[in-house]
Design a protein around this ligand. Structure first.
Ligand code: SF4
Length: 242
């Protein structure tokens, strides 16, 4: 474990609520939750610790209607306000005028370019001034996330601390928790979707398929990341097991 990990000093149970309690005590108010509105498990957990936790989300301009419905339900249910971030207008206009509205299907680089404009750049603005951010990432979502830990240093973003409380949870646990607590969730999960992003880049999956198989389904499995969660991190809890 490196020196920064020792200085951060989390030594709790590893339960998601425990990780959140530690993170909010350590970093509030310089911490925020990046919500994708697939489900609202983490909002439920964190608003019981800090009702005023900042929640933000990225409106890429291509999100499905069900994601906005989930966000609106979450605002009512938890009495929160979601800070939406949008892509740079001029960059989107240039992209679509010069390359068309489906340029992301043409090559991996074209797809990454679209993700950079619609997701990565707005995320950078959303994270400005923070010391830590919280995500809903889980190991079981994709091959590219198997090494995910609950507390990491986001080296790609200047050493920001990245908290992934659900890293070791399964899709089943998320669904059971959502059902038991009657939480808002994205209705596309009732239609065969296992991972939800932009409408034009997400489709339902077949039984037994990798959960991320429905994202950018025309690309090979090792490319199933959009650049928001770059794999250049230090694991601060590398000793921790699910
Ligand atoms: S998921 Fe698709 S539409 Fe959304 S930003 Fe990435 S390439 Fe563009």
């Amino acid at each position: 474990m490196n020196r920064q990990a020792e200085n951060l000093g989390y030594s709790g149970t590893g339960e998601p609520e425990d990780v959140l309690r530690w993170a909010l005590a350590e970093f509030y108010p310089d911490i925020a939750f990046a919500a994708s509105f697939e489900h609202t498990v983490l909002i439920d957990m964190m608003t019981r610790i800090r009702p005023d936790i900042r929640v933000f989300s990225l409106d890429t301009g291509r999100l499905p209607e069900e994601t906005f419905q989930c966000a609106a339900e979450a605002e009512r249910h938890f009495k929160i306000h979601v800070d939406w971030y949008f892509p740079d207008r001029a960059a989107v206009e240039l992209l679509t005028r010069e390359q068309g509205v489906y340029s992301f299907r043409e090559s991996l680089e074209a797809r990454r370019h679209c993700c950079r404009i619609r997701k990565v750049e707005p995320l950078g603005r959303a994270l400005q001034g923070l010391r830590a951010w919280i995500t809903g990432l889980r190991q079981d979502e994709a091959e590219s996330r198997r090494e995910l830990r609950q507390i990491e240093l986001d080296e790609g973003r200047g050493g920001l601390v990245k908290i992934n409380p659900l890293a070791y949870w399964t899709d089943r646990q998320v669904r059971d928790y959502t059902h038991q607590r009657r939480l808002p969730y994205n209705r596309l999960f009732d239609c065969g979707y296992a991972s939800i992003g932009c409408a034009c880049c997400t489709r339902p999956i077949a039984p037994g398929e990798d959960p991320r198989a429905g994202r950018w389904w025309w690309e090979s499995p090792e490319h199933k990341e959009c650049g928001l969660h770059v794999n250049n991190r230090l694991n601060l809890r590398s000793d921790q097991t699910p």
